[in-house]
Structure formats: C-alpha cells, structure tokens
Design a protein around this ligand. Sequence first.
Ligand code: NAD
Ligand code: DAU
Length: 355
Amino acid sequence: MKKQFNKNILVTGGAGFIGSHVLRLFVNKYPDYQIINLDKLTYAGNLENLKDIENKENYHFIKGDICNQDLLNEIFENHHINGVIHLAAESHVDRSIEDPSAFVETNVFGTISLLNTAKKYWPGNTKDNLFYHISTDEVYGALGKTDLFTEKTAYDPKSPYSASKASSDHFVRAYHNTYELPTVISNCSNNYGPNQFPEKLIPLIINNIRQKKLLPVYGKGENVRDWLYVEDHAKAIDLVFHKGKIGETYNIGGSNEWKNIDLVKLICRIMDKKLKRQSDESKQLITFVSDRPGHDLRYAIDASKIINELGWEPGLQFKKGIDKTINWYLNNQQWLDNVVNKSYLKYYDKMYGSR
Ligand code: NAD
Ligand code: DAU
C-alpha cells in the first residue's frame, strides 16, 4: 500500500548548494513528509550532492523547469503539494552582469509560475499550506561602514541578480496581500560550506590554491560580506517553515563580517598548513583584478528578529566552519574535478537516463 505522508513539500532548486543541504535536513528529520525536489539541473545543479538521500522512501526527484506551468500543475495535482520551499534561482552576480535575461526568466517568471500554481491549488488561506520563498540580503543594496540590514530596510537592489530577486520578493508579498496566499520570506547573507559551486569566492579560492592558480580578488579586496555556514541556514529554513508567521519576513545572517582580502589571506594560511606548504606560499598567488561593475561595498544582517521570535542562532563559529569547509573540499577533490571538468553533468544520464 502507498505510504500516506503528513505533508507533501515541493522543494525547488534542491540539487544546488543550499537546496541540497535543506533536502538532507528535511528528508532525514521528517520521515513522515514526502519531499519532492524539482530542479532543472542547470550548470549549478548537481545530483551528486544528494547521493546519500536519493534512495530514501520519502524523497522524489523530478527534473524540470519552474517556468513550466503544465509540469507544476501536474506535480501539485499528483503529489497533493501543501508546502513549497522555493530555492531555485540563477544565483551568481557575475553571470547576471553578463546576461540578465536568464535571471528574469527563472527568478521572476519562474517564481510567478509557482505562485500561480499555489494560488490555483490552495483556494482560501488555509493553515495547512505554506509558500516559503528563499531570498537574499542583496535586495537591500549596499551598506556604509557601520549600519545593518533589518527587515524594515528599504529595497535598493544594485545588480541584475539582486533586482530579479527583489522583484520576486515583491511578487510573493503581492500574492499574499492580494490573494491571501500563505507566504513567508527569508533574506539571508552569504553562505559557505560543502557543495558550493566553485564560481563563488570561497570554493573558487580553495580550488585555485589547491591547483596553485592565481587568486583573483576584485578591486582592492575591501568589500565586506557576512558569512554563514550553510547548515545553519538550513536550520533557519526549517524553523521559518514550521514556526514563521504568515506574511512575515525574516533576515538570517552570521554576524560574521569579513573583508574579502582578509578572508582570502585566512584561507591561504589555513591551506598552506594543511597542504604542508611554506607559510605565505599561497598568499603570493593573490592577484588584484578589475572590480565587479557596481560592486556592493558591504552587506551585514541584523538577525535579531529570527533569534528573538523563533529562537534561531548560528551554531557554528566561523573558525570551525571554514576549517570544516576546507577539509571537505580537500577530501572531495573528485567532486571539485567533476564540477570543473563538467563531467558531473553526465550523472543525470547515468542515474535517470532510462527513466
Ligand atoms: P545554486 O546556484 O547553487 O543552485 C540553484 C539551483 O536551482 C540549481 O540546482 C539549479 O539547477 C536550479 N535551477 C536554476 N534554474 C532553475 C529553473 N528554472 N527551474 C528549476 N531549477 C532551477 O544556488 P544557491 O546558492 O544554492 O542559492 C539557492 C537560493 O538561495 C537562491 O534563491 C539564492 O538566491 C538564495 N540565496 C543564496 C545565498 C548564497 O550565499 N548562496 C544567500 C542568500 C540567498
Ligand atoms: O549575500 C548573499 C549573496 O551572496 C547570494 O544572494 C548570492 O547568490 C551569492 O552568490 C553571494 O553573492 P556575492 O556576490 O556576495 O558572492 P561571491 O562569492 O560571488 O562574491 C563574494 C565577494 O567576493 C564579493 O565581494 C565579490 C568578491 N569576489 C568574488 C569572486 C567570485 C572576488 O573578489 N573574486 C572572485 O573571483
């Protein structure tokens, strides 16, 4: 007999960096939930990230695009979806500067397609349904030297990526306000940890140090980011999904600000020790390159709302988190090689090609 689940949750973008950690947490912690992972498997989606849970009874993968309305209808209908955790997105700022249109397509149009599907299948504002939209602190724009982003900070996105995420946030709020769709949003700072695609700063630097390649630092390396360990973000998502108030927004951040240049030097020092290289050897690879156009100077989150109202706290100290992260990449060099030479893209055909 087919197992009855207490909740049927659609996670979008689950083969990506944060999505894979969210899936691992939910699939293992909630065996009574059916979790459907809808992912298009773009260059950033990697099913190797989910090997340890792919055969679990409560997990099901569907390859597909969040812009495909017919597919979304089919999934909501066949799986009786009553919760959405929406992570699928084009997520890299530099790519958005090269080609903004893919960001409008997935981040804006894809989000509206999902909202329309939830609106169609969840008539009335019932307590049993929730549309949870995962967003970024970049929607708030750039900070000066001392202030922090709160949930009340006015939106001021500066890059095509953040403009597309801000637009999607506005649509989520509009659907709540206009159609009473039960929604919640969280805006998080920079995540780091295992399984992050090596186009983002931390895995890129780790990968280049390992290969003794130049370490590109944009501008003077003065820009500041607030880094949070990805599993702490996944725990915050679990809390907001279960305890967040409908219609509310929660900021999530690590209270852990680093200037890019200091962070890169720290990774150099740790890796020189681990790889038994001369001290300061990797630092020589640091190369200042042209700045990112419109580069936001500083992001930093005031997370007091989620801490005070939902009891969340970032568990892992940065020194431990970065050490754990570097160890993961050094112990999983095949993962990095597969990503860099794109052979991981063949994993789907191997695993699912005949289905
Ligand atoms: P990622 O780029 O690693 O993963 C994105 C995933 O979405 C991939 O698996 C990709 O295949 C999938 N995807 C892309 N377009 C799709 C489409 N049209 N249909 C279905 N699937 C599609 O991204 P990430 O870093 O894990 O970020 C996940 C979410 O969290 C994004 O919404 C991002 O804006 C947000 N966020 C990220 C960070 C961060 O530091 N990485 C911080 C705050 C918020
Ligand atoms: O703040 C949350 C955001 O963090 C997320 O919404 C985005 O999806 C995620 O990509 C991240 O955006 P950033 O632009 O901050 O991350 P990135 O890793 O691309 O860059 C971090 C900082 O490092 C930024 O100031 C640019 C700089 N940088 C980046 C790269 C790739 C370099 O100096 N050199 C590089 O090669």
